[in-house]
Design a protein around this ligand. Sequence first.
Ligand code: UT7
Length: 330
Amino acid sequence: MTDHTLCQAELAGTGSYLPEKILTNFDLEKMLDTSDEWIRTRTGIQERRIASEKESSSVLAAHAARKALESANITADELDIIIVCTSTPDVLFPSTACFVQKEIGATRSAAFDISAVCSGFVYGLSIAEQYIKSGRYRHVLVIGSEVNSRIVDWTDRTTCILFGDGAGAVILKQKDSSEECGLLSSHIYSDGNLSSLIEVPKAIGRIPENGNSDKFFIKMSGNATFKVAVKRMTEVCQEALKYNGLSRDDVDLIVPHQANQRIIDAVVKRLEVSPEKVFLNIHKYGNTSAASIPIAIDEAKRTGRIKPGCRMLIMVVGAGLTWGAAVIKW
Ligand code: UT7
């Protein structure tokens, strides 16, 4: 194994929160020209969670954050930075992270949001990694939180069936150990030339060319996104393994972004990894965007899929286009 690090960045705590309300494929059948069979076979999704009127991204995020603090056995006062990864912020500004900071009472931390859509959590981890490994900070809270239900067009069957709401959080902690563990590496990429593949084209800071008719809904070229997602995620996973001197057999668990089970299956096949090593919860939650990976990590941890020494690969693709991967040793 190669040692690329100064300090170790341990994943000291995890937490997640899902709204109570469940919207099943059968419910969608009553709202749109779609079927449970189509959604299940094309995506793997059976149901998704929908936030209540009182639940914004900061509310979901604060629930997940409290659980992560509890599992890391630290107080909110010990946090140095709070990073919220979201495409559905409570308001344009202040940042959702500042609302979370207030809600959990993290009096001495810095707090900010980052925008990398579904890839947000891997981007957030990558930022946190730099602060921890450089020795600058001891505790960074990274949260992915989304209320996608507020930005989907509920009359568009090609997108609304895919998305759900939720939040997941992890605490990265500086570890005093020479043993190589924690977040080993993160790898993030973007290609702005592919920005129109998935977008919410509502103009805020730019004057729309077409008057004021931009949509406040997710628009997606599903098929084109599907193909580029498989290619980019396969490449970045291969890069992450190579960077750490690992072979596919060294990977114990893959926690992919839960966007479409067929995308995940295609990547796993290309990587030639056993499907049994893949953690899936897409059937329960659909695509929760930046929240998808931290929710899955928390569930994998709490259900015993992650054991000490487990080498985990996470991978993602999202609007931007953005994509990334990270390798974590527990
Ligand atoms: O979060 C990261 C970014 N997002 C993604 O990774 C999503 C990537 N893309 C996908 O997951 C898939 O492309 C979809 C699930 C969105 C669509 O699956 P597909 O196999 O690519 O279907 P398609 O778009 O090629 O559509 C096939 C047919 C079309 O009908 P025709 O033209 O063949 O008659 C669609 O109109 O399926 C139709 N269709 C539906 N039928 C029933 C599209 N959506 C639905 C629906 N129910 N909900």
